[in-house]
Design a protein around this ligand. Sequence first.
Ligand code: HEC
Length: 479
Amino acid sequence: MKAPFGFVICISLLGSGLAIGGREAVGTAPGNDTRQAIPYADVQRVLDGKCTSCHTGADAARGLHLDSWQALIAGSDHGEAVIPFDAVRSLLVELTTKLVGGPHPAEVGGERLTEAEVALLSEWIDEGAPSETGGIPYADAQHLLYAANQSVAVVSVIDMETNQVIRTVDLQELGFPENASPHHIAVEPDGSHWYVSLITANQILKFDRDNNLVERNDFVRPGLLALDPDGENLYAGRSMAAVSPPQAIGVIRRSDMTLEEVGIFLPRPHALAVQPGTGTVYTASLAVNQIATFFPEDEAVELDELEGDRQHTMVGFAISPDGRWMIGTTELTGTVFVFDLDRAPLMTPVDTIAVNAAPWHPVFTPDGRWAYVGNNRDNTVNVIDMGTRTLTKVIDGIGLAQPHGAAVSPDGRFAYISSRNLEMSDDRSRAGHVYTPRYDLGGNTRAGTVVVIDTESQEIVKVIEIEEYGSGLGAAVPN
Ligand code: HEC
């Protein structure tokens, strides 16, 4: 399974200096580029001619100002208007070409763009939406959130300051198949690299901060990823989609991506977490009530039975930043278990918290005070107070539709929950909580989302639309 043809193509593309997934998003003006870049003045001339009449001043439509580069890049009250390097997924292009009842602004009485104008705007966005002086938007963004779009082989990159999509990484452009199924993402503590598991392509990929693919390896049906913030390893479990995967987890040395499979003697390992400080790895089975503890120094494995007659099906683990508490979410019994890792290897939960249906990926806030988890079959988010170890809030709202991934910003201001939004059309009314995108672009009814929760008010403050089937989220947890 080494280097299928697609990978060879991908290398040659990378070598040719094409902008792939934001390859040129390095904050340098493309100075040596021989292509004639589109001057921003040409873009502004189009906007001034057909857009600024409604998109300027105090009552600019949707809070979107189109009278300067800065304003255009800042986006609307709801999100970004352009995604640098990705014209076809930029709302500005989608609305002006695909809006049903439009194209925009025809539906509101404005004059539509000509084909030449659309082409000019698109080309400029694909060049990275540079300013007059060649500055690339968000080239210096500090805190990035990565969201896997499982059914379209795309990873969306979100800036956690502005909560906008600032890049997309299209795996098909890198030679991977449409059904590659990016599932979960882990990010280096310093943000220098990120890793994504591809369920169907049976790969784990390593990217640098500028979204260049730097390394990859083969691994059958990878699922969750977890990295040791103080050590050199990345760990990989197995996808839920795998019915009887090898009873082993992947142990990957991050520096050179060499991979070793370590037998952990339980079927269908899924939930996965690494304890900060010790580097001890915990994984649990989807099929039986068992947890395996892996000690990397001596490669020892310990198995523990988990209480209960019913099958829990442990989906996710998260460990508090101080390494003391581990929580585990269960699909079939709607529970959050709390384990005291000081008592390890004795895996008896110190608390069993009943939560809403099918709690999925859990995450701690950086201060360890709260844990957030989206409930995959309830379209809610549960907030757990780790001081009292109780469920203190159930967050409900637009944008939650089969919640899946979870992450927090490094300053703890925001929690993020992704949603799949995959219900079929005739289930949509029944399900109640399907998300209907803000604009009908024909064929985008199942756009996934990432909701932004303000951890102060514990309310949803924004819904970020991404591509199809929002699944795992990844953000650096600084150590
Ligand atoms: C006649 C007024 C008018 C003109 C002209 C106009 N817009 Fe709009 N624009 C609106 C309104 C109103 C909305 C809100 C959505 C709606 O009602 O369709 C909007 C929404 C948008 C949005 C979505 C913002 C968001 O996040 O919801 C974008 C992007 C946009 N316009 C771009 C443009 C571009 C590009 C042009 C020029 C080609 C343009 N608009 C011209 C009135 C206008």
